[in-house]
Every structure is written in C-alpha cells, then in structure tokens.
Design a protein around this ligand. Structure first.
Ligand SMILES: N[C@@H](Cc1c[nH]cn1)C(=O)NCC(=O)O
Length: 508
C-alpha cells in the first residue's frame, strides 16, 4: 500500500504524497469496482438467466452423443453390406448390391449389446465418482471419452476387410457406451443442483428434447450424408458433433464452478462430497427403490418396443415400406420432442409426479392392447405412446432428485440407470426368444408378435402396480413427490437435519 503521510513541506515529498493519494484513489476505485462486479455476479448466479444460459449448454452436452448412438441403426444396410459390389469380372457394379463394411448380423448386434451392457455396469460406479469429484470434472472427462470412443469407431471403418475392423469398432462403442451413460448422469446432476425447487421438470424436459432432437436428426440426415460422403466420413461427422459437445462441457463446467462459488455453496458441496461413501446405498429409501422399479418397468415397454417397432409394423400391417414403417415407429420420439417441455411445465406447476406416473402407465395399457389384438393403424399407437412416455419421463426422473440429497444424486441416478439398462437388456433377450430364431429378414408370424406385445403389456401392468405402491409409500412419508416443485423444496429445507456422516441419513 502507498505511504499516506501528506503533511510534508518539500516538493518531492508533496509530489510523493500526491502520487500516493492518486494511487490510493485508484486502489479504492478498483476495489469498489471489483466489489460491485462481484456483487453483480453473485446476483447473476442467483438469477434465472444464469441458470438458463447454463441449461442451454447443458442441453448441448448430449446432442452429439444421441446423434451418434443410433448411427449404426440408420446405416445398418451399409454396416452389413458387401465389401465390394464389383462382380466376378471386376468391371461392372451389380445394381442391387449395397457396398459396406461386410459385418454379419451378429457382429452388428454386438455394437448395440456392448453399449447396453457396459453402460449397465459402469454407470453406478461413475455416478459415485461424479458425487465425489463433482459434476464439472465428470462432464469434461466423459465428453473427452465420448470423442475418443466415436473417433475409434470411425477409425475402425477404415479397416474394412481386415481383422482390425470389428475390434476397433467394438472398443469405440465400449468407450462411447460407458462414457455416454456417465455423461447423462453428470448432466442430470447439474440440472438437479440448479433447478431443484425452481423449474426442475421443465429443465429436465428441455434437456430430453435436445437429446432426442439429436437422435431424430440422425434418422433424417444420416442417410443423405452417407449417400454424398460415404460411411467413413459420415462416422467422422458424428465424431465432430461430439467435439462440439465437448466445448459445451467446458462452458458448463466453468459456469457451474463459478456459479456455485458465487452462491457461496462450493464449500458446502465439497464437505458433503467428502462424506459420500459407496456403501451408503444401503440408506436409499423404499420410495427411491419403488421409483427405480417403476422407471424400469415403464422403460421395459418403451426401449424394446422402439428397437423392434419398424419390423413389427411391416410384418403385421400391410402396405408399409421400410421407410414408412420407420417413420411411424419414430412418431414416439417425434411426439415426445413436442411434449417433453409441456409435460415438464405441467409437472412443475401441479406437482403430482407419482400420480402422473401412475396415470401415464395406466394410459399406456391400451397402446399395447391395440398393438396386440387389433389392426388399428399403428400410427395411433405410436403417437399415443409418445404422449404417455413424455409425461412419464418428465415426472419420474425429476422425482429421483426429490428423494435423494444432492450429494448422492450421481450414485442414485447411476443405480437407477443400471437397473433400467439391465431391465431393457433382459427384455430385448426375451423379445428375441418370443420372436423365434428364424432370420429377422424374413416375415415373422403375427402371433409371435402378439406374444411380444402381451409381454410388453405385462411390463406396463407391473409398472402400474409399482406406481400404486409408490403413491402409497410417498403419502406415508410426507407426500413430497406429489407436491409442486416449489413446495417440495420448501418442505425439504424444513425437514433436513445436518448429519456428520452420510448426507443420505438426513431426513428427505
Ligand atoms: N437413462 C437414460 C438413457 C440412457 C442412455 N444411456 C444411459 N442412459 C434415460 O432413460 N433418459 C430418459 C429417456 O427417456 O431417454
């Protein structure tokens, strides 16, 4: 700091004192400016626009990975196409031949299986890791791994006709699968932190919309990109979208870190993260487990159906080309694109999450009944399913945030996703068994499909039963799931007691 003695007679001293005065003034102005800047920023982090800017980049996090996830499905013909379409004299191209990577159907299916199973195994562990190290570290790390995974996958396509093709593509898919599931958890955890007690379901709905937009755009754009640039450049294009998501990850992580600091919550979060232990999952409440079971049974009806819907439509209903059938099947996600946010706003406004989950499950029953026993045009069923799916997703996932403390949300979401993936994976296997083992390229008898629809219906009936129990237990434990988002936050704040051990031991 400058010397403040001004009462000196000689000029040099006076000049010196004047200099000091100027310096002091500058210092004061600087400090005042800094203080007001910090004050403004503190206000910024607490304001709605800050969390909505953060939400925009958080939504972009998984846009690229959702786009890439289903690229093999859109390019199935090319993945399984012939290595070359030149005929035996090597001069003419045969007309109905598709040139591609020469994979067998089993090898192709392995690309999806490896995603689902690594996801199921890894997400609980990475959820714990995210709780310990924070969402910011998680999103940076997992988005780097997604870029690496999608790059390895694209690189593999350059080795067609060699023994490196399949191992490289499988390693790429394994890296991609394990990190995408983990990224989704870190992304959800950020939503929970910034939007709990505010626009929780709306934020979750917007995030799902952006992710689903990635998958829908993949279905629309990838075929023509492949026609113009070939399979290899198309896969590299997918990787580029993942790089964009990586840049979003950096922005989200900075905004999250700066924001929590400004709100003065960084120390609290750090303290809580130190108390998190893996074995704490034994303290997860009955309400949480009922939610997990409800989620699993609901998605057992959605994911396995979406995977087979286009083939089912072609086999059961007459007059549908492959393209038309996949558009009708895609209506589930198209409807949800429009409805996720509306459902989110409604859920935030009225609460009633457990009730809405129950109603969504009940209203899903007729969908599978129509598909199993009638010939009503399948578009009616797929749009209907899209509606019930949107409301179920917007009410079920944000409910997890209300029954688990922020410090344990990573592991809680990880466990829920593991159970969800195991459920969907087993259902895929059972559906395969019910369809019989004749080649999927042949028409499968309608009564086989009927068995599948009855099986999916049984899952939704189980979901209805689980959600009835969820409503009963929630009512006994204070009814937080059926409160509006604002009210639920107020009640949680009133009832939470500090705990020296696990944050899960605080009353939820
Ligand atoms: N758990 C996610 C999906 C996912 C994919 N990989 C890991 N998790 C989920 O179900 N999100 C909601 C949805 O409706 O897609």
């Amino acid at each position: 700091m400058p010397n403040l003695e001004i009462g000196v007679s000689d000029n040099r001293s006076h000049d010196h004192a004047w200099d000091c005065h100027k310096l002091l003034t500058a210092e004061c102005v600087y400090q005042l400016e800094t203080a007001s800047y910090v004050c403004n920023m503190v206000r910024a982090a607490a304001k709605a626009y800050y969390r909505f800017i953060l939400l925009i980049f958080n939504c972009l996090l998984t846009f690229g990975s959702y786009f890439c996830f289903d690229m093999p499905s859109v390019l199935q013909q090319q993945f399984q196409g012939n290595l070359t379409c030149l005929n035996s004299t090597e001069t003419n191209r045969t007309t109905d031949c598709v040139e591609g990577l020469g994979m067998t159907p089993q090898q192709y299916n392995l690309l999806y299986a490896i995603y689902a199973w690594t996801n199921a195994v890894v997400v609980t562990l990475s959820g714990f890791f995210i709780d310990k190290l924070g969402s910011g570290v998680g999103i940076i790390l997992f988005s780097i791994l997604i870029v690496l995974g999608s790059a390895t996958f694209a690189l593999g396509s350059h080795f067609k006709g060699t023994c490196y093709l399949l191992p490289l593509m499988l390693i790429g898919r394994l890296l991609f699968g394990s990190s995408n599931g983990s990224l989704i958890i870190a992304q959800d955890r950020i939503i929970a932190f910034w939007f709990k007690g505010k626009e929780l379901s709306l934020a979750f709905g917007l995030q799902l919309t952006c992710s689903r937009l990635g998958s829908v755009l993949n279905f629309f754009l990838t075929p023509s990109i492949e026609r113009n640039f070939g399979i290899q450049w198309t896969l590299w294009g997918g990787m580029l979208l993942c790089v964009l998501s990586f840049f979003s990850a950096i922005i989200v992580s900075v905004l999250d870190k700066v924001g929590t600091k400004q709100l003065g919550l960084d120390a609290v979060l750090l303290e809580d993260s130190k108390k998190v232990r893996f074995q704490d999952i034994r303290y997860l409440s009955l309400r949480y487990w009922l939610l997990v079971v409800t989620i699993m049974f609901f998605y057992n009806g959605i994911f396995p159906f979406v995977a087979d819907a286009s083939k089912f439509i072609q086999d059961k209903y007459s007059g549908y080309s492959q393209q038309e059938a996949s558009y009708v099947a895609g209506a589930i996600y198209d409807a949800s694109l429009l409805l996720f946010s509306i459902a989110g706003i409604l859920v935030d406004y009225v609460g009633l999450r457990a009730v809405i989950a129950l109603i969504s499950a009940v209203l899903t029953l007729p969908v599978f009944a129509l598909l199993a026993f009638t010939f009503v045009p399948p578009l009616v069923s797929t749009i209907w399913l899209g509606v019930t799916y949107s409301f179920a997703a917007a009410s079920l996932w944000p409910s997890v945030f209300l029954v688990v403390p922020q410090a344990n949300i990573g592991i809680a979401l990880g466990l829920a996703t593991t159970v969800q993936m195991i459920g969907s994976g087993l259902c895929n296997l059972i559906v395969g068994q019910l369809l019989g083992n004749q080649s999927r390229s042949l028409k499968i008898p309608v009564w086989h499909w009927q068995r599948v629809m009855i099986f999916l219906l049984a899952n939704i009936i189980s979901c209805v039963i689980a959600s009835i129990f969820l409503n009963i237990v929630d009512k006994q434990e204070g009814g937080v799931l059926n409160m509006t988002t604002k009210r639920s936050e107020a009640v949680q704040e009133e009832t939470q007691e500090p705990s020296e051990t696990s944050p899960l031991l605080r009353e939820q």
